[in-house]
Write a protein that binds this ligand. Sequence first.
Ligand SMILES: [Zn+2]
Length: 366
Amino acid sequence: MKTSHGRVRRAISAVATGRPVVVLDDVEAQGYVVFAADAATRELVTFTVRYTSGYVRVALPGSECERLNLPPVCHQDGEPFGTATHRVAVDFRETGTGISSIDRARTIAALAAPDATAADFRRPGHVVPVHAGRHGVLGTAPGAAEAAVDLARLGMRRPAGVLCELVSQRNPAAMADRDELAKFAERHRLPLVSIAEIAMYRRRTEPQAVRSAETTLPTVAGTFRVVGFRDTGTGCEHLAMIAGSADADAPMPLHVHIECLSGDVFGSLACRCGAELDSAVAAMRATGTGMIIYLRPSTPRACGLLTSTAAPDLLSETVAWILRDLGVYTVRLSDDAPELGLLMFGAIREHGLQVESAVSVWLATG
Ligand SMILES: [Zn+2]
């Protein structure tokens, strides 16, 4: 994990200083030359065009697309403005034909310029702006456009990133595969980073859950402190139910529960969720200490009815951020450590928190 972190850091440093990087899209199994748009030079564009498809795109946030009047290439019925990805191609008004590396570098830099206006561009042109999703690589469909804008932002540059697909040198009719991408990056001394690695880096370094509410909740099992958290990626609300002092020196017994509508609310016997939640509450009542982190995935979960698609590694990052927010630095884990428990174990430790034994995680089997 540390190596992956280092790769992202090296990529950010390169983009910050105006150098290109290679971004691997794990889903498409395709690689891109990426650099900050405000660093565009004729040399950078020439280098890019030489090894790529030459279809040079500039990823921009939606607000910039609207500010510069960059409408979608085609409107689909029922699709609101702002969701289409490719925008009408442009040339900077002071360029010649617009296609040379000199011209394209000027257009790219102008697209990133804070003082550029819609009137600065001719349409259609030779540089294709694309709209990058609002949440970057942490959004629902992260691609190279989101990675390019994220790297530019993380490198403290204007939020605009150039991307262009690398072509195979062995077979110029095809795109470069993973092996060629690695060799290309090595030959040109460019950092190579995957979109998944950038996403993981952001989850580790940017809070994934922020405190939204806090109250004292009387229940049939006693009165507990309850803290609500909003998931910054999905907008979902999670809960932490706490007995005793969360920031005490003693290790806090931790129980993580993923919402199961049928088991938690209706007491379904088809899965163990309801019974396990009850026993966690009973344990807190009996000992007067402990914490239940109740996670609510972005897609509802009800064993036997609805299967959530929430990725366990994302949920474990959320748990780690909730623990950090609550000032819990040492958790006591039970001897029950199924699949999610192991991921959580790793995530908690990666955040510098202490784990005493195995985590108790209740996952439905039904
Ligand atoms: Zn269940």
